[in-house]
Design a protein. Structure first.
Length: 522
């Protein structure tokens, strides 16, 4: 078509004459719309996996070494070394319709009546199918939510498969001995699941890919099954003996910061699962006793929309504040319950993290429950139909599912909710240095008999902005799984012993004492 030839020639001439070829320090690619002839320019990031310009290095035991550095904090209760806005991430570079690493766009959730949420989505090939991965931010402002969302998107992009390193070790566990982490300690699926799903079970004599991690407890390199560290590593579903999630993956302005937040997440999910499946009646906390005005305002806002925000002290094994948050619909109708959780050495931060989750999701739960009622009722009648991440929280929009949370929400005789500040009693006190905080947390986990293993997932694209991402594994803690048939927690010894060891039950839990319903974690 002559007009297309003319348009392309004009575009090339404009570039040759000094048109915009660099944006945010990156080369610009141009998109020519053949319907309107509009020309748009977008920054182009190099791809770490590109065979021509890749920046990956060989994975090795030496490169896995981690020596924690001193990281003075801006304030004792602030665990971010610098504000998110200071990273200077270029939104057009990561999000654009031509070559956006994190997808074509990020959009505000204008339906949300509680937080100024934003959401984006990218796709990644995993075996024979394309995996959709959503990311976003949930703050009081759309700009801040977009900035936080970019960090989350990059974190998930880094955690799905190794992009900063090339995997070099393929071997059987039997060949590696003590230099490797035995995945059986992290939990496996039942034989019945493997038989029905056609997924190959783990075998210590079968070679699998491994990546190098670092044991913070033993201060030594340790090989980790690649699929435990990167939750969409190459190989396809049939070769993935477990399907990990982003549990324990976190980003920060230093590796220490990323490890701290990853460890908090691993502790939080473990505690939540023990409380849920163990049906533990947890001490309630008074959200309105918070010292943060924004917390009290959000509690009031949820009540305005018909939800009571409730909070529970979920410290089980470790001296780390963990808070379970629940939004409970006041009239008992559809959109009945919404759950969230948070963990931090600062109790206010732990409560705020759980509150943000329920505040974002609860106000939309009524309409989603009504829209998907038929499918959700089928799940409530047959838990095997609970198969993917979103099924777990959505099914608790049904009023009849509230019975499975009675152990937590039915008010007990005795004193009322306790002040949030009381969580400092018996918990690790935060210091002025993040390294000290992290070291104390690792020591507490080790004192309970667990290791803390870190795999540095940082991509070159993150390192250029001063960002780091880490996968933190605590072998033996309960892993979060999605899909009723994939609940590794139900088969692990810790689920039955932890309540007794914490003084919350006189004996180990029996099978008939476990919650028979899937967890509601979002």
């Amino acid at each position: 078509m002559p007009f297309l030839t003319d348009a392309l020639a004009a575009l090339l001439a404009a570039r040759a004459e000094g048109g915009p070829r660099v944006r945010d320090g990156l080369p610009v690619v141009h998109l020519l719309d053949l319907e309107t002839l509009r020309v748009s320019g977008f920054p182009l990031l190099t791809d770490a996996e590109c065979p021509r310009c890749e920046h990956r290095v060989e994975d090795s035991a030496e490169a896995a070494r981690i020596e924690l550095a001193s990281r003075p904090k801006r304030a004792v209760d602030d665990f971010r070394l610098r504000p998110v806005a200071e990273y200077g991430l270029s939104l057009p570079a990561f999000v654009n319709p031509v070559a956006g690493m994190l997808g074509p766009s990020v959009v505000p959730d204008l339906v949300s009546a509680s937080t100024s949420s934003t959401v984006g989505c990218f796709t990644m090939r995993s075996g024979d199918y394309l995996r959709e991965c959503f990311w976003g931010g949930h703050t009081a402002g759309y700009r801040a939510s977009t900035e936080v969302g970019l960090l989350e998107g990059l974190e998930r992009f880094a955690g799905m498969r190794a992009r900063g390193k090339r995997t070099t070790v393929v071997a059987a566990l039997d060949e590696l001995g003590e230099q490797a982490l035995d995945p059986r300690v992290c939990g496996l699926y039942t034989e019945e699941f493997h038989r029905v799903a056609g997924v190959r079970p783990f075998s210590p004599s079968t070679p699998i890919p491994w990546v190098w991690g670092w044991s913070l407890r033993d201060e030594r390199p340790l090989l980790v099954p690649e699929i435990l560290a990167y939750y969409h590593a190459p190989g396809g579903l049939t070769h993935r003996f477990v399907q990990e999630s982003s549990n324990g993956c976190a980003s920060g302005g230093s590796l220490e910061e990323a490890i701290y937040y990853g460890l908090m997440e691993a502790v939080e999910r473990d505690a939540f699962l023990i409380a849920w499946y163990g049906q533990l009646a947890l001490p309630e906390l008074d959200g309105r006793s918070s010292s943060r005005p924004q917390t009290r305002a959000m509690v009031d806002r949820l009540e305005m929309y018909g939800y009571r925000a409730r909070f529970f002290d979920t410290r089980i094994t470790f001296p780390v504040p963990v808070v379970t948050a629940v939004a409970e619909r006041l009239d008992g109708g559809p959109g009945r319950l919404c759950f969230g959780a948070g963990a931090s050495l600062d109790p206010e931060a732990a409560l705020w993290a759980g509150l943000c989750e329920i505040a974002t999701d609860a106000v939309n739960l009524r309409s989603r429950t009504a829209r998907e009622e038929r499918r959700l009722r089928a799940m409530a009648e047959d838990f095997d139909r609970v198969r993917v991440l979103h099924d777990h929280p959505l099914v608790y929009g049904l009023p009849e599912m509230a019975q499975y949370a009675d152990f937590l929400l039915k008010r007990q005789d005795g004193p009322g909710p306790a002040p949030v500040g009381g969580l400092v009693d018996g918990s690790i006190a935060p210091s002025e240095d993040l390294r000290t905080d992290l070291r104390r947390c690792v020591d507490a986990v080790a004192a309970a008999g667990f290791d803390v293993v870190v795999v540095d997932q940082t991509m070159p694209e993150q390192r250029a902005s001063g960002l780091h991402t880490a996968s933190v594994l605590v072998p033996g803690l309960l892993p979060i799984d999605f899909g009723w048939q994939r609940q590794r927690a139900l088969t692990m010894p810790r689920l039955r012993t932890a309540p007794r060891e914490a003084g919350l039950r006189p004996h180990d839990l029996r099978a008939d004492q476990l919650n028979p319903a899937p967890h509601p974690f979002p």
